[in-house]
Ligand binder design. Structure first.
Ligand code: G4P
Length: 545
């Protein structure tokens, strides 16, 4: 068995694609599936407004807005490997789910628009990847269009994101027109032919192997200007002199960069080749008893996402599990560590587009949805029997805040229940006023859309109509004393008295302070210089660890 385990683990690549909306994440995802043979027709991953029904549009709202709210998990074989692609919502209104999905991934592909470079959402998502030191590939997309200077883009990624870049392919031009890419490792030239590329799905376009950057055959493809430019640029790259450092890549310190056009199927093949070679298999995962290696015989997994209402007819909840070790078997009995109760994992499902398939087995790196009768919470660990917990998925600082105002005071109980359940499920962050302070519940979201989802679900599932009143808060921070211990309720109320922030308590009993802006935030730090502030929260205030 252990030999099989090792083999299966080695075949797995679990990753996410991160990008700012419109950079081409969906198009690249489609092309990956197309190359992997998982779909016959590109265009099936996400339908936008006005197009045919979308495959990951599970909820009505998603359909109405033509966007994908919830991250879907796409599993497909590619060249003998098992790809687990965690698709993160690319809309500007992305949600905390996006961050949590990244927590389940072992690596990421960052897609940049060649004309725009690093954008706001790229930065946010990148930060989460960086926190986990995961390997990151960069794909500069839309090269068929005019864009920024390639060196400019490299410099921006290095300076803005703080990661080294090692270009594997480098764009070449005839005059100002993009002509293709030079593969620095394979010494191959991939010529761009927009008509042939899009027709042949790219894969049938043969790369020309050249002896190096001085090869006369390369010269033939470029004009004088393009040739001079290429010589100059490649000399600069060589001067940098460093060979690709795999260890630094695996530690998330250097990103291999590729240039291409997802829409035209160009430059995807060289990217995929390197991806298959370099992307590491599932690594050990941190837990309460130390790192859990993927080839540990004992089965273990954690819940990184809970999705309600995927299927209106069944009104079921699906908990998404990321397997971390051992072998998962359909219908197996596991221990839910938080509650200490045994559980049977019923109907384990994998998702490919709209289709759900029952899975018989899984290994580290695999992701599957299991039926959740309402017992799971985000971050829950399940094991074959051993009692340990994986590192908690942090709560990320929200950027949008709303007060919940009830339309019908008689449904207060249902509202409380609904809000608490939605918060436990991880749909939203919920803050209550501390003891001794009157006020409505406050919702905090990483993306505006989460607030709309809550309003919609409260009405549809709990029959409670609410009005959400936006608050002029810019951010919130979790607060503790210098030694990490909790403040007393009275100490928390100080923020209110001094008017340097709105004190609140999160769903796990941890203390949070909401700030209107920098002025308040700076005043709070001045008033309480010894307090510790964090942007993400882990742990439970009631736990003594
Ligand atoms: P996203 O998921 O990151 O939001 O981006 P998506 O793939 O949906 O791409 C955004 C737009 O950019 C799409 O155009 C898509 O066709 C286009 N695009 C993607 N890759 C390339 C590329 O390599 N070159 C060029 N020129 N365009 C590219 P759209 O007009 O919004 O939608 P569509 O109707 O064309 O699909």
């Amino acid at each position: 068995m252990s030999e099989r385990l090792t083999q299966e683990i080695r075949r797995r690549k679990t990753f996410a694609i991160i990008s700012h909306p419109d950079a081409g994440k969906t198009t690249l995802t489609e092309k990956l599936l197309l190359y992997g043979g998982a779909i016959q027709l590109a265009g099936a991953v996400k339908a936008k407004r006005g197009r045919a029904a979308a495959v990951s549009d599970w909820m009505d709202m998603e359909k109405e807005r033509g966007i994908s709210i919830t991250s879907s998990v796409l599993q497909f074989p590619y060249r003998g490997l098992e790809m687990n692609l965690l698709d993160t919502p690319g809309h500007a209104d992305f949600s905390e789910d996006t961050y949590r999905t990244l927590h389940a991934a072992d690596g990421a592909v960052m897609v940049l628009d060649c004309a725009k470079g690093v954008e706001a959402q790229t930065k946010k998502l990148f930060r989460v990847c960086k926190q986990r030191s995961m390997p990151i590939f960069s794909f500069v997309n839309k090269m068929d269009r005019p864009g920024r200077e390639p060196f400019d883009l490299v410099g921006e990624v290095e300076h803005v994101l703080g990661i080294g870049v090692w270009p594997v392919t480098w764009p070449i031009y005839r005059g100002a027109t993009f002509r293709g890419v030079y593969h620095r490792v394979n010494k191959a030239v991939h010529l761009f032919d927009p008509i042939a590329s899009s027709a042949a799905a790219g894969s049938q376009l043969v790369a020309v192997t050249v002896t190096g950057r001085d090869d006369p055959r390369l010269r033939e493809e470029l004009d004088g200007e393009g040739w001079d430019r290429f010589q100059e640029e490649s000399a600069l790259l060589e001067e940098a002199g460093d060979a690709f450092d795999r260890a630094k890549f695996e530690a998330g310190e250097v990103s291999p960069m590729f240039f291409g056009s997802a829409m035209n199927n160009f430059g995807i093949e060289p990217f995929l080749d390197s991806f298959c070679e370099l992307m590491p298999p599932p690594p050990p995962r941190a837990s309460s008893i130390g790192p859990i290696p993927p080839d540990l015989e004992e089965f273990s997994a954690f819940v990184f996402k809970i999705q309600a209402n995927m299927d209106k007819q069944h009104r079921d909840r699906i908990a998404f599990l990321r397997v971390c070790s051992g072998r998962f078997e359909r219908g197996m009995k596991v221990l839910q560590v938080r509650t200490g109760k045994p559980l049977r994992l019923a109907n384990p499902t994998q998702f490919m587009a709209q289709e759900r398939t029952i899975v018989e087995e899984g290994f580290a790196g695999d992701v599957m949805g299991v039926y959740d009768p309402g017992v799971f919470e985000i971050g829950d660990t399940v094991t074959g029997g051993k009692k340990f917990s994986f590192e908690e998925i942090p709560s990320f600082a929200p950027e949008h805040f709303s007060r919940v105002v009830m339309a019908d005071p008689l449904r207060r109980k249902q509202l409380k229940k609904g809000l608490e359940q939605l918060a436990q499920e991880g749909t939203i962050q919920l803050y209550r006023p501390p003891e001794g302070r009157e006020g409505d519940a406050i919702l905090g979201a990483v993306g505006q859309l989460q607030l709309e989802v809550v309003q919609h679900r409260l009405e549809n599932e709990y029959d409670v109509k609410v009005r959400l009143e936006g608050m002029a808060c810019e951010y919130c921070r979790w607060v503790t004393k210098e030694d990490g211990s909790a403040l007393t309720n009275d100490e928390l109320l100080q923020f209110d008295r001094l008017r340097v922030g709105i004190p609140a308590v999160d769903v796990r009993g941890r203390f949070v302070v909401l700030f209107g802006g920098d002025w308040q935030w700076n005043s709070a730090k001045r008033e309480f210089p010894t307090y510790r502030w964090t942007e993400t929260a882990r742990g439970d205030a009631t736990k003594k660890d």
